[in-house]
Design a protein around this ligand. Structure first.
Ligand code: ZN
Length: 488
């Protein structure tokens, strides 16, 4: 039987959704172009030319309205075309090879106790339910094959990690899971760079993915969010102008006892609808830019905690912590006061000789070891929050003209900085201080007192964190042994 005659498996729900997205990607932009074309005909031909110039004798008013119309029309159109140009490259992450020898086990083979739930993000809501802003992937017939990391085997050296960890530990700070490993995407078979999310609509991880936008038929992410903001803003202003102009002449016609006609009323209606839609999206997007959050980040943001790995150098010390003699669970304090310290991890990860010989991976790296503290952020903390104005500039541009001209990509697209993938905000330094991880010049002080106050809570949390104790077995530097790190 030839290949084409073999029965195809029924499409999965994901395939259906992706097919629907492809259709939407064709229909919605065409529909938008049709609506704008219609509105142009109403304002320029019916109002400006026919009503005002030819029949009303109000040449000045007619010409002014036509000129103003195109002053609002062109920025919107140009920013829309610029946005469409970037849709094929919103910041996709390369997919890993599913055939390469990787230290992962297919979901069905992985021992249950080794499998953390495969999610495309490390973010975890504080209620402990491991809720994720991204879709959680489980191996069901409706979902694509998901490859789960055998985290325990990697941490114990039985299996080498998938290639690519050096892209993370070569920096000083990176987003990680609770074990200190970079975030793994089991669908893309690759490590997820900081702030990337897996878009199930497109089946790919995207840098700073914001959302799948039917208006432009694709993903809005790191490389086009600024153009999206500009397009929404210009579209909102354009629609507001159309609504006001059309409302004025509809009212004028009615005051003269004439019927304004269906096209005029349609112009007012379309202007009002798109003022609300585009204007609302513009304000929402600008608000997110000021907070340096994506739409996905913003979901459950106030309760979300994440983990970051912070390089510990010889000038930094873990504060010695007096062991608690009070084992009564406290009733005071908030979850914000919990100790961020989760342990340490040292890269390159140690791999047992027989483990590396079983794979086709290159031999272990000879790069010098780099030890990272694994810190859990306080609920709602955004490590990349630089302050409203710097957040805005990191997305919309460093120069005022970049804010208006849809030409250049955001400054945050530049990942050449060595310390982290994105510029870090002051909350990271505060988190390090809260974790007792500070330079020798800043030892003691309010943070130290805060730690003493809540030390009994930390001891509780150590006992709860099973994965943390796994790490303690690997590195011997977490839990109650962590004070020894001070001498590092
Ligand atoms: Zn992915």
């Amino acid at each position: 039987m030839s290949q084409c005659c073999q029965p195809r498996p029924p499409p999965t729900s994901l395939e259906n959704r992706q097919a629907a997205n492809r259709t939407t990607a064709l229909i919605v932009p065409a529909l938008l172009i049709g609506i704008v074309g219609y509105v142009t005909w109403v304002v320029v031909v019916l109002i400006g030319t026919n009503y005002l110039i030819q029949h009303g004798g109000r040449n000045g008013t007619g010409i002014a309205i036509i000129v103003l119309y195109f002053m609002f029309f062109f920025p919107m159109t140009i920013s829309y075309l610029r946005l469409l140009m970037t849709i094929p490259h919103p910041g996709y992450i390369e997919k890993g090879s599913s055939t390469a020898a990787t230290p992962v086990r297919p979901a069905k083979e992985a021992p249950p106790q080794h499998n953390i739930q495969a999610s495309c993000t490390s973010t975890k809501v504080q209620d402990g339910t491991n809720q994720s802003a991204d879709k959680k992937y489980t191996s069901t017939p409706q979902e694509p094959a998901v490859t789960l990391l055998d985290t325990k085997a990697i941490l114990s050296g039985e299996l080498p990690p998938p290639s690519g960890t050096e892209r993370f530990y070569s920096r000083d700070v990176f987003a990680c899971d609770q074990n200190g490993l970079p975030i793994w995407c089991g669908v893309c078979n690759n490590w997820k760079p900081d702030r990337s999310h897996h878009g199930s609509d497109v089946g790919r991880c995207v840098l700073k993915m914001d959302h799948f936008c039917p208006w432009v038929g694709g993903v809005v992410g790191e490389r086009n969010f600024n153009f999206f903001v500009q397009f929404c803003s210009y579209a909102g202003i354009y629609a507001l102008f159309v609504m006001i102009v059309m409302a004025i002449f509809v009212a004028e016609a009615r005051s003269r006892g004439n019927s304004p006609g269906g096209n005029w009323v349609a112009g007012v209606t379309l202007g009002a609808v798109f003022t609300l839609f585009a204007g609302g999206m513009a304000m929402t997007s600008i608000g997110l830019a000021l907070k340096n959050l994506t739409t996905i980040d913003n979901i459950g943001h106030q309760r979300r905690v994440m983990h970051i790995a912070v390089l510990v150098d010889s000038a930094q010390h873990r504060q010695p912590r007096p062991m608690s003699t009070d084992h009564v669970k406290p009733t005071h304090g908030s979850e914000d006061d919990e100790d961020p310290w989760q342990g340490t991890i040292t890269y390159p990860l140690t791999v047992m000789p027989d483990a590396s010989s079983e794979t086709t991976l290159p031999p272990p790296s000879s790069s010098p070891p780099r030890t990272f503290a694994i810190l859990r952020t306080h609920p709602g903390m955004n490590p990349w929050n630089l302050g409203a104005f710097r957040n805005f500039k990191s997305i919309m541009g460093n120069h005022w003209y970049d804010w208006f001209l849809p030409l250049r990509h955001s400054p945050c697209c530049n990942h050449d900085r060595g310390d982290s993938m994105y510029e870090l905000g002051p909350d990271v330094e505060r988190l390090k201080t809260d974790a007792g991880l500070s330079s020798s010049s800043s030892r003691g002080g309010p943070s130290r007192r805060k730690h003493r106050k809540h030390r009994h809570r930390r001891e509780d949390s150590e006992d709860v964190d099973i994965m943390g104790s796994t790490l303690a077995n690997v590195n011997g530097s977490t839990g109650r042994e962590r004070n020894s790190f001070e001498s590092a």
